[in-house]
Structures are given as C-alpha cells and as structure tokens.
Design a binder for this molecule. Structure first.
Ligand code: SF4
Length: 361
C-alpha cells in the first residue's frame, strides 16, 4: 500500500551480502539437520528472523527451548536474558549458543541482585514478607529469576502477565514486580488494582521512597525500571497519527507508558501484535508502538495493509546480531563458546520459569 514504506527506516532491509550469508546459513543448517535449531526473536533483523526455525516473543521461545526434543544445539538469536533462560530450561545434554554475547538489555540492567535483596529486606521490615510474591519480568538477569524461584515466585512475560497476577494473588497478598514499571503498572490497571494500592519502588531511596503505611497498603510494588524503546512513544505522537491517517488503529506493547496504553485501541505482546496484523483486512491501517524491525517485517509481509510505527524506535541490542554473526556461529559451532549458567542459579531460576510455564496451562 502506498505510503507504508515512506516512514519506515531504510537500514533494515536484507542487503546483498546478507543474502549470501542467508544462503550459507541455509546450507549449514541443512548439513547439521536435526542436530541444530535456530530460535529468533521477533525484534531480530529481517535476515536473522528469516533464518529462525522458531520465531516468537520471549515467552514462545522459552517454551520452544524447553520443548525442543531432537536438537542438541540451540542457537538463540535474542538478548542475553533470553539466552540464559533457554540454557536454564533445556535438557542437560543440550547446548545453547549466543551469536553475539554482547547483546544485552538495558532494562534488565536496571535491577541487580544486591539492590533487590536490600529492597526485599526493607519490605520485610514493614510487611509480612511471606505474603509478598516476587514476580520477575523475563527481561532480567538469571540471578534475579533465581531469587524469585528460591522464594516461591514466578517469571512473567508480556504474554502472560495477567495470568501471573492471578497465580500470585492466589498465593499471597502483594506482588513485588521488577524490573519493568510499565508492564507491571499496565497489568495492575487492567486487573483493577486501585491507584493508591500501586507504589513505585525507587531502589536508590530508603524503603523505595515510601512510608511504612504506604508499603502496608500497597498490593503491587513496582520497580523503577523501563525499556527505552517502548517509553519513546507519547500521547502527542498517537494523536498525530490519528489526525494524519483517519481511521487508523493504534496497537502498542505493554512496556509503553500507561498514558499511551490508555488511549490505544489494543495492547499486547509481540505475538499478540503479529496476530493482530495478520487478522486485519486488506486496506486497513494500523500504527504500532513496538520495536521497529518487527513493524518493518510485518509491513513487508502485508503489502495490502497499511502498517507503520507510531514513530521509529529501534532496539540497538536486538540489532547487534547480524546474519554474519549467525553464519559465523554455525560455521564454528564446535568451537563456539556455549552459554554457561551457574548451577545454583539454574536450579532456582528453573523453579520460577517452570511456574511461569505451568501457570500458562
Ligand atoms: S526492546 Fe527494550 S526490553 Fe526488549 S531487549 Fe530491547 S531494551 Fe530490552
């Protein structure tokens, strides 16, 4: 549809050298056969995504890693927290590889174990800690997942946040949610938690910046962390899209701010957004608030629909993995450094991850 690509970024297309890499990747995958599986997140570059045997959001890929029966080698094209989760859930005889170990996530870096342990202790000074359920977003380091597993907590993703709230409130009275404020707040709002029962915990302040009374009243305690890719979208941007393209639908990810989520037509995980676009009728228009590589791919796959970003917002960390990296990883598989996780962290993180998979039904 005319106009779709006008506001799309130019660098994210499959370049000629990428075509060569993709052809070589296909050759290598054919050589390895069932021994190798490539998992690729929806935010990966177009060419990398095209090489995935399984593509999806972090929840879907986590499930795929847990259920991969035949492959011995799992190559994960995503950021570090996804890769370590896959290494935690896969069997002992399987090996996980990361094509670029420098691909991390700034949001995951916004909470570390000493901070979380100190906050947990402070919470315990003002409330009955056995009634607080720790809920850690998938976008976190493995030691935080382990912290949750050791305390009967759970991992949450943007696909299953509501179910995780059900699970948690069936077992406790308060949720301590980290590290993404916005997914937690949007889920709490949709769950009908009153505004004065949601508090924002600033780890730089004593007691997160709250009085004992506020902590006691809170049902949801949100860590002060955010994704710079999704918090880039604003209400004026949404209004501008609606003024420019009458009838356009606005669909956003729950890591966006509550102001943006409130005025959107739909909100959901990357898998939800992908399904939303698939179900659109030819000629329909949508402006999306999530990572731009995924939006670009959907616009290319649906030329009869008008699919654009609310504004361009690229995750430079997801962008780090190129087809060259994936090709190198496959070519040097027998000498590529496998992803290693600490056995103790693995043991407890696995509990929190399995709670997540079980609560999805
Ligand atoms: S999109 Fe945001 S949360 Fe996801 S990997 Fe990038 S920085 Fe992290």
């Amino acid at each position: 549809m005319a106009g779709t690509l006008d506001i799309m970024p130019s660098p994210i297309r499959i370049e000629e050298d990428e075509q060569e890499n993709i052809a070589r990747i296909k050759e290598l995958k054919a050589k390895y056969g069932e021994r190798v599986i490539v998992l690729a997140h929806h935010y990966q570059r177009l060419g990398v995504h095209a090489c995935g045997d399984v593509t999806g959001d972090s929840y879907a890929l986590c499930k795929a890693a847990a259920n991969t029966a035949k492959a011995r080698d799992i190559i994960f094209c995503g950021v570090r927290f996804m890769v370590t989760s896959a290494a935690t859930l896969c069997r002992d005889d399987q090996i996980v590889y990361h094509p670029d170990k420098n691909a991390g996530c700034p949001m995951a870096d916004m909470a570390n174990l000493p901070q979380v342990m100190r906050s947990w202790q402070e919470l315990g000074e003002h409330t009955e800690i056995s009634k607080v359920i720790p809920v850690v977003y998938m976008n976190s380091d493995l030691d935080l997942k382990s912290f949750c597993g050791e305390r009967n907590g759970i991992v949450c993703t943007s696909s299953n946040a509501r179910r995780v709230f059900d699970w948690s409130f069936a077992r406790g009275q308060k949720i301590f949610f980290f590290p993404d404020e916005h997914l937690g707040r949007n889920t709490a709002n949709a769950y009908g938690i009153a505004r004065d029962e949601i508090i924002l915990w600033d780890p730089a302040l004593v007691n997160g910046g709250h009085s004992a009374a506020a902590i006691q009243k809170a049902r949801v305690i949100l860590w002060k962390g955010y994704c710079h890719v999704h918090t880039r979208y604003t209400v004026p941007m949404v209004n501008e899209m609606r003024a420019k393209y009458p009838g356009i639908k606005i669909v956003v990810h729950p890591e966006c701010t509550e102001d943006v989520v409130r005025i959107a037509d739909a909100v959901g995980s990357t898998n939800f957004i992908q399904e939303y676009v698939k179900k659109m009728k030819p000629g329909e228009k949508v402006a999306i608030g999530t990572e731009v590589n995924m939006i670009h791919r959907m616009s290319v796959q649906s030329p009869d629909k008008f699919v654009v970003p609310i504004t361009r917002s690229l995750c430079p960390n997801m962008f780090k993995i190129s087809t060259r990296d994936l090709r190198d990883c496959l070519e040097q598989l027998d000498s590529w450094e496998p992803v290693r996780v600490d056995p103790r962290e693995k043991r407890f993180a696995r509990i929190a991850l399995e709670n997540m998979l079980a609560c999805a039904g």
